[in-house]
Design a protein around this ligand. Structure first.
Ligand code: HEC
Ligand code: HEC
Ligand code: HEC
Ligand code: HEC
Ligand code: HEC
Length: 448
């Protein structure tokens, strides 16, 4: 008997134009975000620290955010090292165009570059002026912003006070999802869509209601943008998502604990799992479980972003009246990967009930590196949508009722196997599994 049946609606993501062309030297370039020769001068940009002198709160929040981490992130660096090797450095600008738009446009990122040799402003990653010197958006993906270093500081305060350090200008663009799309939607050179929260948002109930990315990821509060300035509605610069930096020491222990709590809270609001089943079965019969996962996010899929790196799955464990496991899927195996299974009385292992996405090459084999992928196949749940998994649990191995069923939606930022493949073994112990949602049910066992 087949112990488990799952409804997997695997959706291949569309292909578009990844942008960029190769010159005579074989190096990939693009006039906007991967120019052959610098289009801006690195010296024209101020360090975030300079901004912090007046905007202390914005600086303190940014410096612990994923945006400040974008160029020192060891996982990013490990991926880039492999790509450098694979293309002999000729595509180096591709991965750097969003992680350091200033460094890439300013000529710091040359074929074969080394992180250790970069200018400080490049290592600041997505620093203040990579957002506040954005004048317009050319395309809603692949670093589609136009940077204007000589221009005013742009933001959403309609009539800002005069500052001695910079001119200011009201920019409606900065209050919209399009602004984030410039970096958050990513297409490979091949055109394969890798990350697409904005494309998901465009068709979402949130977009129809005018809810922007900033409403959830840059929550509003009342305060002063500068000491002694007027009290205004301001926006948090923490950009809490699903990740906690793996690099030890990037955050101090208190900051890390509070970020973990914020991530837990955000993930806890993302999805809900529920179990439908008969209240009782005769001992020896099969228990039919219908497990539903609802995406509670109105704005994008669950999960979203770099879903091919993330692990999101359903764990289901059924115990008998003595607490013995009679059925399990999604528990961890000896490598620490979800897949462990117990199918009472049967050798057939239930497949993993995954909610993320996978990259596969032309032969259909799963691959870690996006540039080796031919297809991106996703089982993520659309905004406010749901996914139903049907499971058939045999009870022949026990007559001790009642059966207790527990279902959990679990999230982990990276797979330990992937980190080991990247040579990042030292970070495996820092990976955490977050419980997004949990549900329980009980089934009586009647006389056979
Ligand atoms: C279009 C802009 C863009 C480009 C180009 C880009 N990235 Fe990213 N990258 C992002 C964004 C945005 C995130 C955060 C997404 C998320 O957390 O879901 C990210 C996250 C990552 C992460 C996960 C970081 C973590 O610690 O969670 C890795 C690894 C990464 N990128 C590697 C790469 C590599 C390798 C390339 C080149 C193939 C690349 N990126 C090109 C925008 C980009
Ligand atoms: C000498 C103090 C000072 C420094 C340094 C400074 N600013 Fe400002 N900034 C101000 C003042 C004053 C305002 C107006 C605040 C208000 O009206 O509430 C302002 C406003 C802003 C705004 C809002 C503009 C708008 O119209 O919405 C942004 C964005 C901004 N600054 C970014 C930066 C960045 C980025 C840096 C660093 C490159 C920086 N500032 C450095 C004083 C400063
Ligand atoms: C209604 C609130 C809401 C809005 C609006 C929203 N998000 Fe999210 N976002 C969430 C929640 C909840 C999570 C955590 C669950 C997850 O990772 O899918 C999240 C996670 C993320 C992540 C981290 C994903 C990962 O695994 O690394 C990124 C990146 C992201 N959102 C980008 C965006 C962008 C870009 C927009 C606008 C197009 C946006 N979000 C709009 C609620 C929202
Ligand atoms: C990833 C892009 C991004 C980065 C990096 C960034 N900001 Fe902002 N900032 C924004 C956006 C977007 C808004 C407006 C949000 C809205 O209106 O919804 C904003 C608003 C502001 C404002 C106006 C007051 C407020 O809170 O709305 C100030 C001042 C500001 N930022 C300063 C800074 C400083 C200083 C840094 C670096 C330490 C920085 N920002 C880094 C995107 C960014
Ligand atoms: C200039 C490019 C750029 C812009 C503009 C930008 N981001 Fe990001 N963002 C990134 C990169 C790159 C990362 C991943 C850094 C890393 O972890 O290596 C990131 C990470 C994040 C994360 C953390 C994801 C996680 O896994 O925890 C959130 C949330 C986020 N961005 C939201 C936003 C929102 C909302 C906006 C628009 C207001 C925005 N970003 C604009 C480049 C950008």
């Amino acid at each position: 008997m087949k112990p488990l049946r799952s409804i997997l609606t695997l959706i291949p993501l569309a292909c578009g134009d990844g942008g960029g062309s190769s010159g005579a030297d074989g190096a990939l370039f693009d006039a906007l975000s991967m120019p052959r020769t610098p289009t801006v001068a690195l010296d024209d940009f101020a360090s975030a620290e300079d901004c912090g002198v007046c905007h202390a709160t914005h600086y303190a929040e940014w410096v612990g955010s994923g945006h400040a981490y974008a160029m020192i992130d060891p996982v990013f660096r490990a991926f880039v090292a492999v790509r450098q090797e694979n293309y002999g450095g000729k595509q180096d600008k591709f991965c750097l165009q969003c992680h350091t738009p200033i460094g890439t446009r300013g000529g710091d990122i040359e074929p074969g570059f080394a992180f250790a040799d970069l200018q400080a402003i490049s290592l600041e990653g997505v620093t203040c002026e990579s957002c506040h010197k954005v004048a317009s958006l050319v395309r809603p993906y692949n670093s589609g912003h136009v940077l204007d270093p000589e221009g005013p500081m742009r933001g959403t305060i309609p009539a800002p006070q005069v500052s001695s350090f910079h001119e200011s200008q009201f920019s409606p663009l900065h209050g919209t999802a399009e602004f984030c799309a410039g970096c958050h939607d990513l297409r490979e050179v091949s055109g394969l869509e890798l990350e697409r929260p904005y494309a998901e948002w465009q068709k979402s109930p949130a977009a129809a209601a005018g809810v922007q990315c900033q409403d959830c990821h840059m929550p509003r509060y009342q305060g002063q943008a500068v000491a002694g300035g007027p009290t205004r509605t301001l926006h948090r610069h923490t950009w809490v998502g699903a990740g906690v930096p793996l690099l030890d020491g990037f955050l101090d222990p208190d900051e890390e604990a509070s970020l973990r709590a914020e991530v837990e809270r955000l993930l806890g609001s993302a999805a809900r799992v529920s179990i439908a089943t008969a209240p009782s079965v005769r001992a020896g019969d099969v228990v039919d479980l219908s497990i539903t996962v609802e995406n509670h996010i109105s704005a994008h899929n669950f999960p979203t972003g770099s879903t091919f790196n993330r692990q999101v799955w359903l764990e289901v464990v059924v115990r008998d009246g003595d607490g013995r496991v009679v059925f399990a899927t999604g528990t961890l195996d000896e490598r620490g990967e979800p897949g462990g299974s117990v199918g009472a009385g049967t050798a057939a292992a239930p497949g993993l009930l995954a909610l993320g996405s996978v990259l596969v090459d032309a032969r259909g084999e799963r691959v870690l590196f996006p540039w080796r992928a031919a297809r991106h196949v996703s089982n993520a749940i659309e905004p406010l949508g749901e996914r139903v998994f049907e499971l058939r649990v045999p009870t022949a191995s026990t007559d001790r009722g009642p059966l207790s069923v527990e279902a959990r939606v679990l999230f982990r930022a990276f797979s330990p196997t992937a980190l080991r493949a990247l040579g990042l073994d030292e970070y495996v112990a820092r990976l955490e599994i977050h419980e997004v949602s949990r549900s329980r049910a009980s089934v009586e066992l009647g006389a056979p």
